[in-house]
Structure formats: structure tokens, C-alpha cells
Design a protein. Structure first.
Length: 127
């Protein structure tokens, strides 16, 4: 792939058109250029972009995604949370052992507030 094509694809990652961003991610993946996708893509507001990027990072075994994946475990979308969980490296592979589990905030392991009744949510928040 020539430099001009790569520049176009990298530029497409900043598009306001979610389908264009996903297409650019797919093209980079097909060309085995996933390393060129910046982790900043995980700040994108679209669920489809986040899920696709996390899946690509998982397939590429990018361990540099762990910090962002941990943050995305608190995302409102179940699909994004599932993709973030898949993107986390296995503790043994990352050499982090139980430290990885300790980095996941306890409240993320509980049922999310929007899945509880207002009475349950008020009781758990002390209100």
C-alpha cells in the first residue's frame, strides 16, 4: 500500500460518517495494518466504531489497548462492554496476574444502575 493510500485511510478514521470510519478500519485490517490505528479511536462516540476497533485490536493482540478497554467496561452499551472485555489481554499473557482484576472498579461488576428499579438504585446509593 502506498503512502498516499495510507494517509487517506488514516484520515478517514476522523470522519464524521461512522460507516466511513468502519470501512477504513476494515481496509486497514485487511492490509494487516491494524497497528496504524491509533488508540484514540476508542474515544469515538459511535458504538459501531468502538466495537469494530476493539475487535480489530483483539484480533491483532494489541496489549496497549488494556487501559482504554478497562475504561470502556463502564460504557452504557453492552456490545461495547463485551468488546472491551474481549480486548483485555489474558492476565497471564500480560504478566499482570491478579492486578488486572484489581484494576476493574468494583461497581462495574455490579448490575448497572439503569438495569435496576428506581427503588433499588436509591437504596444502593443511600438515598
Amino acid at each position: 500500500m502506498d503512502v498516499a493510500s495510507l494517509e487517506s485511510l488514516i484520515g478517514a478514521l476522523s470522519s464524521t460518517d461512522d460507516a466511513e470510519v468502519v470501512a477504513a478500519l476494515d481496509l486497514l485490517a485487511r492490509r494487516k495494518r491494524t497497528r496504524l490505528v491509533p488508540l484514540l479511536i476508542l474515544y469515538h462516540p459511535a458504538e459501531a466504531v468502538l466495537v469494530r476497533a476493539l475487535d480489530l485490536f483483539t484480533d491483532a493482540r494489541r496489549e496497549d489497548v488494556a487501559g482504554m478497554a478497562l475504561k470502556l467496561l463502564g460504557h452504557p452499551s453492552g456490545e461495547v462492554r463485551a468488546a472491551a472485555l474481549r480486548a483485555l489481554p489474558a492476565p497471564e499473557a500480560a504478566g499482570r496476574g491478579s492486578r488486572l482484576a484489581s484494576e476493574i472498579p468494583h461497581h462495574w461488576c455490579a448490575a448497572p444502575p439503569w438495569s435496576r428499579s428506581p427503588r433499588q438504585a436509591a437504596a444502593s446509593s443511600g438515598g
